[in-house]
Design a binder for this molecule. Structure first.
Ligand SMILES: Cc1ncc(COP(=O)(O)O)c(C=O)c1O
Length: 379
């Protein structure tokens, strides 16, 4: 945790809106993930926050990476571009997964020379990959329950378990290798049962594939979804890890590689937003603060990620329920309709914690206002 005094000093030095990334916390989160899930190779989901400095710190920790586009691939590739060609190729195969089930042809053509591992979930995609990236290895994304997840993904991604083996056999018939199965239980999953069911469905697909003669699968990718500690209702990570360890050890022999794609878990608690009050009004008897950051900027997760970020003040005082608006001319730009804040004045600073994931990553230039300045600490 960065001290409040330090956050205020940073805001004075760099101005606001400010987005602060604590690299000690990134390292702590990565080590915690590895410690509790020793069998699982952690591929940081770059989409959660693609800042090259974040990728660099996790790279130095030994992380692997899940990328969803060529720009994300290149951010990771920057860290290995100096390696000899063969070492670089092995690194890409061992440590990058292109985990976007639908890829444009141009992307596949560019990806092909890197011989990466890519995901797919339908027959059209198999034929596209066969034509434009025949060197790629495949992982079939399975549709699994996302019950209770903050961000539901199963309506858009994943083959139904009943069609999975047909797809695997079709890829095999075309001469491609399906290396294994991937899934995603939904982001910020606090319902651990989702993992139990997904791992069990995956084991069922492995068995059916073997029974029907396909024996080349050697990995499962348990995706993301590992919850960030946004509030006290989120159970400790070690409890989820225990459930996952039990299920993977019960259902998959040691030779099967286990991958995961944590995004939020690694980066959420490493990010802080500091902004200042630029206006104040009373509307229908309720105090409304206008701050210089909002849902088109660092608080974009309020819209896209269905996430809430409590706003805190550095000042003390008797608190009242108030509204916090962002700075743009859109009435959608509401950070919160119900924050508990003391009486604040123009230029007073406010901050949010746990805002490192899916926040700055989806910031825009709407109304000509640029994303918050980023400051890295403890790098
Ligand atoms: C394919 C894939 N992998 C990993 C992630 C990261 O998920 P999380 O941030 O919940 O760990 C996402 C997030 O949407 C995703 O779509």
């Amino acid at each position: 945790m960065i001290s409040l005094a330090r956050l205020q000093r940073l805001a004075r030095r760099h101005g606001t809106p400010l987005f602060v990334v604590d690299h000690d916390e990134l390292r702590r989160n990565y080590r915690k993930f590895r410690r509790h899930l020793p069998r699982v190779q952690a591929y940081y989901a770059v989409k959660a926050n693609p800042d090259p400095a974040i990728v660099r710190t996790l790279f130095l920790e030994g992380a692997s990476f899940d990328v969803a586009s060529m720009p994300e691939f290149r951010i990771v590739h920057e860290n290995i571009k100096h390696l000899p060609a063969k070492t670089r190729q092995d690194w890409i195969w061992d440590k990058i997964i292109y985990a976007n089930t639908t890829k444009p042809v141009e992307t596949l053509e560019e990806l092909d020379r890197y011989k990466p591992l890519v995901t797919f979930d339908n027959i059209e995609e198999i034929h596209k990959i066969k034509k434009h990236a025949p060197s790629a290895g495949l992982a079939l994304r399975l549709r699994v329950p996302n019950t209770g997840a903050m961000v539901e993904l199963s309506s858009k991604f994943g083959a139904a378990p009943g069609e999975a083996v047909d797809l695997i056999l079709e890829a095999d018939r075309l001469g491609m290798v399906v290396e294994g199965i991937s899934f995603h239980v939904g982001s910020q999953t606090t319902n651990f049962e989702n993992y139990v069911q997904a791992i069990s469905l995956t084991a069922g697909v492995f068995k059916e594939a073997r029974d029907r003669g396909y024996k080349k699968m050697n990995l499962i990718d348990i995706g993301g979804g590992f919850p960030a500690p946004y509030d006290a209702t989120v159970k400790p990570f070690r409890e989820l890890a225990k459930v996952i360890n039990t299920e993977i050890n019960r259902l998959f022999p040691k030779e099967i590689r286990i991958l995961a794609e944590p995004g939020r878990f690694l980066v959420a608690s490493a990010g802080y937003a500091v902004s200042k009050i630029i206006g104040k009004a009373v509307r229908d008897g309720k105090t409304c603060y206008y701050i210089n950051d909002g849902v088109y900027h660092t608080y974009s997760g309020v819209i896209f990620d269905h996430c809430k970020y409590p706003i805190h003040s550095f000042k003390k005082g008797r608190k009242r329920i108030c509204t916090v608006f962002g700075p743009t001319c859109d009435a959608l730009d509401v950070v919160s309709m119900a924050e508990n804040l003391p009486d604040l004045a123009r230029d007073d600073l406010v901050y949010s914690e746990n805002i490192g994931a899916y926040s700055h990553a989806s910031s825009t230039y709407f109304n000509g206002m640029p994303p918050a300045t980023v400051v890295h600490v403890n790098q």
